[in-house]
Design a binder for this molecule. Structure first.
Ligand code: TYD
Ligand code: MG
Length: 447
């Protein structure tokens, strides 16, 4: 027998407790516990049911399990297919998270329309976020006309699943925009609260698995507040994708953070145009398009994003400081990493940066985190500080240690090959130089 229990759920981290606390025992945030009535099966009842004979599962060895060939559906957008690991897996549930206004609805509407074009089946776009008129405006802008792409303006999850059942086996894809608008009458919390989001997601998840239907959830990443962030769903869904970018720049990067059916290090690159998201086939060219080669402080490095090498420009600026504590400002690179590299440059390469503000930027708005960019960061700073250009057509790749030593990084050949393809036939790497000091001496032009 299912019984209704009261429990308290933290709206910040999702931790549950049978008792109210002023401060969440898990995440230590104040005033985040909200009372929720949920139907819960008591463990005792559940155990009894699970042990009934038809629920028993025999243990098997791995060799006995059949290798199921995953039949994937192409999203008809190559960059999205790549991030998913080769297409959409039937029965899989994918969460597309990102800041509001970044382009989640646009990307999924485009995907829906392109798949609709390729199939006779029905695609369900459930939107609780926007009215049909608003979606119509977007669809017009994106020139979407497919008749088998159906919109449903509904937020009650039970109504939604009922509708989906009616269409039964005609449906090929379901898009829920967004999961934070859904609710069920069985819970008392408001739409968007932790309990409602989780329960709605669970019901759709069950439906997806039972009918082998692929489902996409849109989830807004929210600032700290009362509304549940979509990341509480991360452990429930098969795949978590993140769409990121700066609001006032066109570049959008799609990453997978979790993927039960594919890699997690691939990225998809798009630009937001006035006709929707456009795939970028050659991102390096985009990143280097506006590069100025005649000003000191600029160098190119090669990142590996999954299987794909990417050329990006690192820029640095140093100016005499007006403050007791010089400024270190970064965009696209971890601030602590910059601090560390400045310390290494000061002590191991003899650059007296203690009285200089250092600004660092990765051009184009991409974020870099791999240590292979260390050397390029050091060279950009050294170039700006010495006011000397880096030699033309040069890329720098390598990690820098605390002793000023250079360390090799993976897939150097692949990176250098891509650099050569784009006309960068000179390189500064740990294969040629032992220390960052030597690399600086050789890489900068003499005046
Ligand atoms: P949207 O997909 O609604 O974002 P999200 O669903 O992540 O909240 O995109 C919103 C922004 O994108 C909005 O500011 C308008 C802009 N946009 C374009 O630049 N081009 C387009 O073709 C579309 C449809 C939107
Ligand atoms: Mg939206």
């Amino acid at each position: 027998m299912a019984k209704t229990f009261t429990k308290f759920v933290c709206q910040q981290c999702g931790a549950e407790s049978p008792q109210w606390f002023g401060r969440c025992p898990n995440c230590q945030k104040w005033n985040t516990l909200v009372e929720m009535k949920e139907k819960v099966e008591r463990v005792k009842d559940r155990r009894k049911r699970d042990l009934s004979i038809d629920r028993q599962v025999e243990p098997v060895s791995l060799s006995q399990i059949k290798n199921l060939e995953l039949k994937r559906i192409s999203a008809q957008i190559e960059e999205l297919d790549r991030v998913l690991g080769g297409g959409i897996v039937p029965g899989s549930v994918t969460l597309l998270a990102g800041d509001p206004g970044i382009g989640k609805s646009t990307l999924l509407l485009q995907t829906a329309s392109r798949i609709a074009k390729k199939t006779k089946g029905t695609i369900f776009y459930v939107s609780g976020e926007e009215s049909p008129q608003q979606i119509k405006i977007r669809a017009k802008r994106l020139e979407i006309k497919e008749k088998n792409l159906l919109f449903l303006n509904e937020t009650n999850v039970d109504q939604i699943t009922e509708r989906i059942d009616q269409f039964d086996n005609q449906i090929v894809l379901i898009i829920i925009d967004s999961i934070q608008t859904l609710w069920t009458e069985d819970l008392t919390g408001t739409a968007g609260s932790m309990g409602q989001v989780r329960e709605s997601a669970r019901r759709l998840l069950d439906l997806a698995k039972a009918n082998q239907l692929p489902v996409f959830f849109v989830g807004h990443v929210t600032k700290e507040g009362a509304i549940a962030g979509p990341m509480v769903l991360a452990h429930m869904v098969d795949t978590v994708l993140f769409l990121e970018g700066e609001r006032y720049q066109a570049l959008r990067i799609l990453r997978s953070i979790k993927n039960r059916f594919g890699p997690t290090d691939e990225i998809g690159v798009f630009t937001m145009t006035n006709k929707g998201m456009k795939e970028v086939r050659n991102p390096s060219q985009l990143f280097l398009a506006e590069r100025r080669t005649k000003t000191p402080g600029s160098i190119v490095t090669v990142l590996m994003e999954g299987t794909r090498p990417l050329l990006v420009e690192i820029q640095a600026l140093t100016v005499p400081t007006q403050l007791a504590m010089p400024r270190r400002v970064t965009s696209g690179v971890d601030w602590k990493r910059l601090q560390l590299l400045i310390a290494v440059l000061t002590r191991r390469a003899g650059l007296p940066l203690g009285n200089f503000d250092v600004y660092l930027n990765v051009a184009g708005g991409i974020k870099v985190s791999e240590p292979g960019t260390d050397l390029a960061i050091c060279l950009a700073i050294a170039s700006a500080f010495a006011d000397k250009l880096v030699k033309p057509k040069t890329v720098a790749i390598g990690e820098v240690g605390l002793l000023g030593e250079l360390r090799t990084i993976g897939q150097l050949d692949k990176r250098l090959k891509e650099a050569r393809r784009l006309g960068f036939n000179q390189s500064v790497t740990p294969e040629q130089f032992k220390t960052v000091g030597q690399a600086i001496k050789k890489a900068l032009e003499t005046k």
